[in-house]
Design a protein around this ligand. Structure first.
Ligand code: URA
Length: 231
């Protein structure tokens, strides 16, 4: 890879600033001041910019505790977006792995590994997702059976796949689903004659939202977590 490309991929500086910096002798390769941006790198060189070593970025895998009122998007004209919470270089390259509604809280995964994202969200591999649901009306006793059998949602060709509902109290339950249709949980409860008033995603596959993360906080996934959802 060219030196200027490496620097633009792995620093916050624009290509033109990097060219100026190279001309000004602020960039070194293995302790030798670089003269040209098109200098070829083999990959094992130590690159310094203003005396600081520039490391090659690693692929990133994050879990975020999404707060209420944030849109799962890179930008929005009316509301804050989850990317506003991410203080990392090249945040624009992060993809949201399975979006949540603005009024849903909980686990959101972010990555710049498109294949990993696809493994988790593609209908063929889709992982289980567990939501904690609070409803306006008491959850009727037949709701679990209805969800286990599959619900025909308006505008969908096929009923939902069997889902497991575990009651926590009269108005609260944990729902495990295997798909990610648009507004799926809210639509399933609407089909059962109820209304979701609060929704929180607790897990995706084997990845559980870390209880140490307050709303708005994020952390890198561990190697086991990364492997567990897309082995
Ligand atoms: N189902 C919904 O209805 N909303 C979400 O945000 C996630 C799942």
């Amino acid at each position: 890879m060219r030196l200027d490309k490496f620097l633009s991929q792995n620093s916050d500086s624009s290509r033109s600033l990097i060219q100026q910096a190279i001309k000004a002798g602020r960039v070194s390769v293995n302790d030798v001041i670089a003269k040209k941006g098109d200098q070829k790198l083999l990959g094992d060189e130590i690159i310094t910019f203003d005396g600081k070593q520039v490391e090659a970025f690693q692929t990133r895998y994050l879990m975020l505790h999404k707060p209420l009122g944030y849109v799962c998007a890179n930008s929005d004209s009316d509301y804050p977006v989850v990317m506003d919470l991410i203080r990392l270089p090249r945040w624009q390259e992060l993809q949201i792995v399975g979006r949540l509604d603005i009024d849903t809280t909980g686990l959101v995964l972010l990555t710049d590994d498109g294949q990993w994202n696809h493994r988790i969200t593609s209908p063929r591999h889709e992982c289980d997702k567990i939501y904690r649901v609070t409803t306006a009306n008491p959850i009727s006793t037949d709701t679990a059976e209805l969800f286990a059998a599959g619900v025909q949602l308006h505008g969908e060709k096929a009923p939902t796949r069997p889902a497991q509902l575990e009651l926590i109290s009269s108005h609260e339950a944990r729902l495990k689903i295997h798909e990610g249709k648009y507004h799926q949980v809210k639509r399933m409860f609407a089909a059962a004659g109820n209304l979701v008033v609060a929704l929180h995603r607790e897990s995706i596959g084997n990845i559980q939202l870390d209880p140490a993360l307050a709303p708005g906080e994020y952390r890198a996934l561990t190697a086991e977590e990364i492997k567990s959802v897309a082995p």
